[in-house]
Write a protein that binds this ligand. Structure first.
Ligand code: CA
Length: 155
């Protein structure tokens, strides 16, 4: 490395440290905050952005996103995308259902359906308790269902 390279390298490292702040760890430099849960396999895969998560799904054969749960109102914050095998059909019957992984449990504040799916979130696991939906878009879960969803159905 040239002397100039060393200076630039040191400067970048210092800048990152300052930006990251006192509570950051090395892992938080690129937080894997946007995840995709595959309903069929139960496997969750996480990415550093929602755009990356959706791009990965578009690149996978035979999979589409049926809905996305968001940590904050109006599609903000961390997200959990629900990956399904085929688009939803009629909105008259339940096409897919899955329990929300523990890391996203009781976090949902807004949600949106995709691939012709309507989303319904339930207060408890296994589709119990109170629920909201099915809807195409819920921008602001309020009251008892805010930060409470533990399972989700796609209609
Ligand atoms: Ca709950």
């Amino acid at each position: 490395m040239t002397k100039l390279g060393k200076i630039i390298g040191t400067g970048l490292a210092a800048a990152v440290a300052i930006t990251a702040g006192p509570f950051a760890t090395a892992a938080s430099a690129a937080q894997m905050d946007d995840c995709v849960l595959n309903v069929q396999s139960g496997k969750t895969t996480c990415y550093t952005s929602l755009a990356s998560a959706l791009a990965a799904t578009r690149g996978s054969a035979q999979q589409v996103i049926g809905g996305i749960l968001f940590e904050d109102r109006y599609r903000a914050g961390r997200s959990l995308a629900i990956e399904i095998g085929n688009p939803c059909v009629t909105s008259q019957t339940i096409d897919y259902q899955v329990n929300i992984p523990l890391w996203f449990n009781d976090l949902t504040s807004s949600y949106e359906g995709y691939s012709n799916c309507l989303v319904q979130v339930h207060e408890n696991t296994n589709y119990g308790g109170r629920y909201d939906g099915p809807r195409g878009y819920q921008p602001n879960l309020s009251g008892i269902l805010n930060d409470a969803a533990s399972s989700v159905r796609l209609w």
